[in-house]
Ligand binder design. Structure first.
Ligand SMILES: NC(=O)c1ccc[n+]([C@@H]2O[C@H](COP(=O)([O-])OP(=O)(O)OC[C@H]3O[C@@H](n4cnc5c(N)ncnc54)[C@H](O)[C@@H]3O)[C@@H](O)[C@H]2O)c1
Ligand SMILES: O=c1ccn([C@@H]2O[C@H](COP(=O)(O)OP(=O)(O)O[C@H]3O[C@H](CO)[C@@H](O)[C@H](O)[C@H]3O)[C@@H](O)[C@H]2O)c(=O)[nH]1
Length: 455
């Protein structure tokens, strides 16, 4: 088994599974991409990406001969490594729902062949102990089938950011493998060798960052690996909430949070990233993972006051932005407000737990005529809020005409470079609530009520 010729099955072709599969195919592995969603299978069978991620379509096209797409698990029996990358959405009580992970484990176990070596990897973000549960599910099914084979298990959490998914996969800060078996660790080390040693040719559309250091491989026990993932996400969420809390005080005392964040971030112990104040964090990870971590702590009778506070600050941030609109317009009912940005962040079409989408719903409840625009995510947004009376606008400039206010909810670069001074002339009242601080009052000629966050 050479590094360039492993067969890897990826179960779940969402943001994580598809990116991982396409990147591993580009690195030379044979990929079996398995998903239960017929829509994804149909698109992927034509090598069309179901999601918007920079470079993903190009790499999918480049590596297509290395990728087999299927709704069936049988081909996974030929794999050396089987990666579980299915969703772990939140349950009502905040715990991560591992139902899909367990179903995948059962389906994997139902096809494994006798007398072979397999490594089963959990890449999904899962509660503490899930890797051991996956192992016991698989061992139980194998015993029921009377199949004797050699399976080792590993936790291999994923740290990619949406919008940067391929970049983060090809140029990771680190790779974490939690396993009790040397066999699993050495197989995964081989699988990731081209990334660890950066021996692959960088795609022209995703160049290797200048002075990129070789990523370290962290090998640890499965429980610590599971904890690393949650702790990293919780820390980043806390960091954003911290600067949002500071932003509120900046408004009171007359400071500018952009200046404050810059001055703080230049301290190498703090660092400049994740200090962007605004509408707070959304998406499919921070909200659910901070909640899941609280649920895990609860099981042990422990509390996480800092993480709890970060969630409260994050929720308050959305209310504070709404209050900015309210105080600028006085009366919201009957007004027309254009929300720019449905994706939870730029570079993605993902609208899961998108702050802009949540604010739209609150505005609707308050009797506002709501318009929505996004450069990429409009179709997903429309599908998610299909039964709501929202005017979806394909043309950003049109979306602002005769509006009483604009709410910038996502920091898409496109929005920064609009001809703002022309556009505001066609608004009913020139109120801009810039909840991502992408503009400043210096961008406007005057007579515009420009309102940022923390400045
Ligand atoms: N999205 C991210 O940025 C990100 C980053 C790091 C980690 N994660 C974690 O990775 C996991 C996957 O996240 P995602 O955003 O890619 O999810 P997703 O919802 O985009 O994709 C999950 C995929 O799994 C498929 N699936 C579900 N059950 C299946 C089964 N039994 N067999 C085959 N396919 C099945 C679904 O059809 C879907 O296509 C989650 O645990 C998430 O927390 C996500
Ligand atoms: O300074 C900042 C940085 C981010 N955000 C917001 O925070 C959210 C999350 O952003 P980001 O972390 O860039 O995107 P995700 O794709 O959710 O990635 C996070 O969640 C993933 C899923 O677990 C992890 O793999 C990544 O490491 C982790 O960054 C978005 O709503 C951003 O608008 C801010 O408000 N201010």
């Amino acid at each position: 088994m050479s590094a360039s010729q492993m067969t890897v099955a990826v179960v779940g072709t969402g943001y994580v599974g598809l990116t991982t599969g396409v990147a591993l195919a580009y690195l030379g592995h044979h990929i079996i991409a398995i998903d239960k969603d017929p829509r994804k299978i149909e698109l992927l069978s034509k090598y069309q990406s179901p999601i918007h991620e920079k470079g993903l379509q190009e790499l999918l096209t480049t590596a297509r001969s290395k990728i087999t797409v299927t709704p069936d698990y049988e081909p996974a029996a030929e794999a050396d490594v089987i990666i579980i990358a299915v969703g772990t959405p939140p349950k009502q009580n905040g715990e991560a729902d591992t139902r899909f992970v367990e179903a995948a484990a059962r389906d994997i176990a139902s096809v494994l062949k006798a007398d072979r070596d397999y490594v089963v990897v959990v890449k999904s973000t899962v509660p503490i102990g899930s890797n051991r549960r996956v192992a016991s599910v698989i061992e139980k099914v194998l015993a029921e089938r009377g199949v004797v084979t050699r399976v080792t298990f590993a936790s291999n959490p994923e740290f990619l950011r949406e919008g940067m998914a391929l970049h983060d996969t090809l140029y990771p800060d680190r790779i974490v493998i939690g396993s009790e078996k040397d066999q699993a660790i050495s197989t995964l080390r081989k699988m990731y060798q081209p990334l660890l040693e950066q021996t692959f040719d960088a795609p022209s559309f995703l160049p290797r960052p200048a002075s990129f250091p070789l990523p370290p491989l962290i090998t640890t026990d499965p429980t610590s690996a599971e904890m690393i993932k949650y702790a990293a996400n919780a820390f980043l969420a806390v960091k954003i909430s911290f600067i949002n809390e500071v932003a509120g005080l900046c408004e009171k005392v007359g400071a500018d949070v952009l200046e404050v964040a810059r001055g703080m971030g230049l301290d190498s112990r703090i660092g400049p990233k994740f200090l962007q104040a605004g509408l707070g964090w959304g998406g499919s990870c921070f909200p659910k993972d901070t909640q899941a971590l609280q649920a895990i702590a609860g099981e042990y009778g422990y509390t996480l006051p800092i993480i709890h506070a970060s969630r409260e600050v994050n929720a308050r941030q959305r209310v504070l932005v709404l209050e900015k609109l309210q105080s600028a317009l006085k009366v919201l009912r009957g007004r027309t407000i254009t929300v720019l940005g449905m994706a939870f962040k730029p570079g993605t079409d993902d609208v899961r737990d998108s702050p802009g989408m949540e604010l739209m719903q609150v505005l609707l409840e308050r009797g506002v005529h709501v318009r929505g625009h996004d450069p990429i995510a409009i179709e997903n947004a429309r599908n998610m809020l299909a039964d709501m009376d929202i005017k979806w606008c394909e043309d950003v400039e049109e979306s602002m005409k005769e509006a009483d206010a604009i709410l910038i909810a996502t920091d898409w670069p496109e929005y920064k470079h609009l001809p703002w001074n022309d556009l505001v002339k066609h608004m009913k009242t020139p109120v801009i609530v810039d909840a991502r601080n992408i503009l400043s009052h210096y961008d406007f000629d005057g007579n515009v009520n420009y309102i940022g966050v923390g400045r």
